[in-house]
Every structure is written in structure tokens, then in C-alpha cells.
Design a protein around this ligand. Structure first.
Ligand code: ATP
Length: 223
């Protein structure tokens, strides 16, 4: 049978329990042979945010995937790819290009895109949503605070045929965000409940999220 592969794009700054939970739930529910985690070098809708380097985010995702496969049975089900790495000149990474590249790489596969509810509900702001919906099936996972009701989905104007390729996975309720996590880390909390051990180690060794007092923002030139 054709391999069933999902791509899971995101900032992953850092990868946390919510990411792993949705990857696990999707892999189980949709019998995926592989979930490919794809950290995005420059997310077009987050251009102003100042994120950890692509190399650090890639390393953290690799560490999280390695911790996951230590469990045994589902070894290598999760992998990391640099397909969404930095473009020359720092141009943003568009998912439509990533999915096109992935399609060419795995022509015989059944391809899925994995996204949390908040991301998917924003799809109409992404580049070429219609092509995005054609290039892969979508697995959309519930996230607290982002109900996937019909009226929330309405702005996407899904046709009946498109709607059939969008699979909503309920049952995951992980109230965790990387933004809140970074804030806790900056306050000296190691967040062992939300990070896999190797990711927590990596963050500590590289001091990725130092407290703000240690890194005062430079005053802007106009002040
Ligand atoms: P940030 O707080 O920095 O915006 P985030 O926690 O939302 O980060 P991202 O790396 O931007 O994490 O997310 C990558 C993907 O994982 C997105 O599709 C997002 O919807 C999904 N996701 C992240 N956290 C959760 C969660 N707790 N539940 C469901 N989906 C999630």
C-alpha cells in the first residue's frame, strides 16, 4: 500500500508536549507511517517575531523526536526535515512551496498536512489556500480556545470535495503554547512537565531563553 506521510510545519520554539501529543494522536488515528516535523525558517505570518535560530529549532525538534522513539514500538515514526530551512536573502517560507516540493519528493505517497486548530482556522490568510487544500489532505487537531465550529470554518469557503479531505481530530486537549512556555523558561522554570528531557537539556546547555533582565533590549535609535 502507498505510504501515508504527514508533514507537520511550525515554529517549534521550542517543541512542546502539545506538538508531540497531536503528532502521536494523528499518527495513531490515521495510521501514518511517518510524521515529518518541518521547522519553518521564516513563517510569513510571524515575520516580526524574534525567534531562536533555525539550527537550534531543528536540533530541538530532532531531540524531541529521538526522545519519542526511545519508547520502543513506534520507532522512527517521527522524523525531522530541513525542507523549510532558510532561503537565500531571508525570504519567507510558504507552505504551498513546501507541499509542492514534498509532493515531488514522494509522488506515490498519501500526503497529509498536520495542523492545530488555530493554524488551520487561519488558512485563508496563507498563500494559495485552494492549492494548499489540493496538495494534501489535512488533519486538524483540536486546541483549547480555538473551537472548530462551522461558523469558524466558514471563512475558508470549503467546497464539499475539499471538506472531505479535511479530517478533524478531536480528543486532544493540550493547553500549552510555546509563547507561554518561553515566558515560564525566562522566569527560571525548567518546564519539565511540558518539554521532553533532551529538549530541556538542550535549552539549558545553550541558555536559549535567558531572563529578560540579563538581556536588556537595546534602546531604539529614536529614543
Ligand atoms: P507560539 O505560541 O510561539 O505561536 P505554538 O505553541 O502555537 O507557538 P507552533 O510551533 O507555532 O507552536 O505550532 C506548530 C503547529 O502546532 C501549529 O499547527 C499549531 O496549531 C500546532 N499546535 C501547537 N500547540 C498546540 C496545542 N497545544 N494543541 C494543538 N495544536 C497545537
Amino acid at each position: 500500500p502507498a505510504p501515508r506521510r504527514a508533514i507537520f510545519g511550525g515554529t517549534f520554539d521550542p517543541p512542546h508536549r502539545g506538538h508531540m501529543a497531536i503528532a502521536r494522536a494523528a499518527a495513531d488515528a490515521f495510521h501514518l507511517d511517518q510524521v515529518l516535523f518541518a521547522p519553518t525558517a521564516r513563517q510569513p505570518l510571524k515575520l516580526k517575531s524574534n525567534h531562536s535560530s533555525f539550527a537550534d529549532r531543528l536540533a530541538m525538534v530532532a531531540a524531541a523526536c529521538a526522545d519519542e522513539s526511545k519508547g520502543g514500538s513506534a520507532e522512527n515514526r517521527f522524523a525531522v526535515t530541513d525542507i523549510d530551512g532558510p532561503h537565500p536573502g531571508g525570504l519567507p517560507n510558504y507552505t504551498v512551496d513546501t507541499l509542492t516540493a514534498l509532493r515531488a519528493l514522494y509522488p506515490g505517497d498519501i500526503l497529509f498536512s498536520l495542523a492545530g486548530a488555530d493554524s488551520f482556522l487561519n488558512l485563508h490568510h496563507w498563500r494559495e489556500p485552494q492549492r494548499l487544500l489540493a496538495l494534501s489532505e489535512w488533519i486538524v487537531v483540536t486546541r483549547p480556545g480555538y473551537p472548530l465550529t462551522d461558523d469558524r470554518l466558514a471563512p475558508l469557503h470549503l467546497t464539499v470535495a475539499q471538506r472531505e479531505r479535511v479530517h478533524i481530530l478531536t480528543g486532544v486537549q493540550e493547553d500549552v503554547s510555546a509563547t507561554a512556555l518561553r515566558e515560564r523558561l525566562r522566569h527560571g522554570d525548567p518546564c519539565a512537565d511540558l518539554l521532553s528531557p533532551s529538549v530541556a537539556d538542550y535549552i539549558r546547555k545553550r541558555a536559549l531563553y535567558p531572563s529578560r533582565e540579563l538581556t536588556p533590549e537595546r534602546p531604539s535609535r529614536s529614543s
